[in-house]
Design a protein around this ligand. Structure first.
Ligand SMILES: Nc1ncnc2c1ncn2[C@@H]1O[C@H](COP(=O)(O)OP(=O)(O)OP(=O)(O)O)[C@@H](O)[C@H]1O
Ligand SMILES: [Mg+2]
Length: 309
């Protein structure tokens, strides 16, 4: 089943309207960070939840946006019930979770009875001057509608948890060109190679990339005095050097993170004294700092909007 199709050429002409609507909705949000990855299962959602919780613990206001439309997981990881049967509206509110975190998933903003991927871009984006409508690209349409119409309000940070892969990353970049990207990967060579392609793509689009997070680098067992490698490692350094980006952090594997995620509990609260929790708290602080610095040095409209010319 092919669901993440490219925008048709006509769609590009409509994109600036969508970008402008989304930009207006993000007006009271100081900075946006997208956690993305070339491959699935590397820890984007787990980190999004933990980073947001760390920010909330230090008094920041964060909104989480689950852009993994086919398989949203932030609600469950935060122990929230996914609201059902909310009416489809132009101005849905994010749901509020632990520590005052506000969370947007398609289940919050869209009536579940509407088949998610049957939405077409024509429902989001106006027809072009010659009257043609873009072909259906359910992912882009749903993402666009939700980003534009959910009442995101004021916040220090919007954290977008992307679906895995270049396609989803590309759609988010088109809609939120000023977002700051963090690329997550595990250490194995094939993952590092895929990550390198994603970094090359982001560079070609002049996206703001804060850096890489290498996750699951080793196993930190309670009785061990050293972190033991979990996967073949070393390839990510070459990837980072080739792409000219920094490795922001190298996080160990700790099964208690997966267990708390499954239970809907906050790892950084329950296991605040673990090396992983301490690293994530430090990572959250440095991400916030560098996103705000980047935004302060780059004007909001410094990105080319596809189709603007
Ligand atoms: N450092 C870690 N230690 C232990 N478990 C981890 C770690 N990072 C992530 N996990 C667990 O690994 C699993 C996959 O993580 P997660 O769902 O966050 O990946 P993802 O990149 O969002 O995946 P997808 O691309 O499918 O959305 C989850 O069960 C999560 O709790
Ligand atoms: Mg995920």
């Amino acid at each position: 089943m092919s669901i993440f199709t490219d925008f048709e050429p006509d769609t590009a002409a409509c994109l600036p309207d969508a970008v402008a609507q989304i930009r207006a909705n993000l007006e009271a949000i100081k900075s946006t960070i997208v956690l993305t990855s070339a491959r699935g299962g590397v820890g984007k959602s787990a980190l999004t939840v933990s980073i947001a919780a760390a920010l909330a613990q230090s008094g920041r206001k964060a909104v989480l946006f689950d852009a993994d439309l086919n398989s949203p997981s932030l609600h469950a990881m935060l122990g929230m019930k996914t609201p059902r049967r909310l009416p489809l509206s132009d101005a849905a509110d994010p749901a509020t979770g632990p520590l005052g975190l506000r969370v947007v998933t398609v289940n919050v903003a869209l009536e579940p009875a509407i088949p998610l991927l049957n939405l077409s871009d024509a429902e989001i984006l106006p027809a072009t001057e010659n009257g043609s409508r873009p072909a259906s690209t359910g992912y882009a349409a749903t993402l666009s509608r939700t980003l534009a119409h959910t009442r995101l309000g004021a916040a220090d940070l919007l954290l977008i948890d992307a679906a895995p892969g270049l396609e989803a990353c590309s759609r988010i970049l088109e809609l939120v060109p000023e977002a700051n990207f963090v690329v997550v990967s595990h250490p194995a060579r094939l993952a590092a190679q895929a990550t390198q392609r994603m970094l090359e793509f982001l560079a070609s689009k002049r996206a703001r990339v804060l850096g890489l997070v290498e996750n699951m680098v080793g196993f930190n067992c309670d009785g061990c005095h050293a972190v033991r490698p979990l996967l073949p490692h070393g390839a990510m350094i070459a990837t980072a050097v080739a792409a000219g980006v920094s490795i922001l952090d190298r996080l160990p594997f700790d099964p208690r993170l997966a267990e708390t995620n499954d239970r809907g509990a906050l790892f950084i609260r329950e296991y605040a004294d673990t090396p992983l929790a301490k690293q994530i708290v430090g990572l959250a602080q440095s991400l916030e700092r560098s996103a705000l610095t980047r935004d302060a040095t780059a004007p909001r409209d410094d990105r080319e909007v596809p189709g603007a010319n």
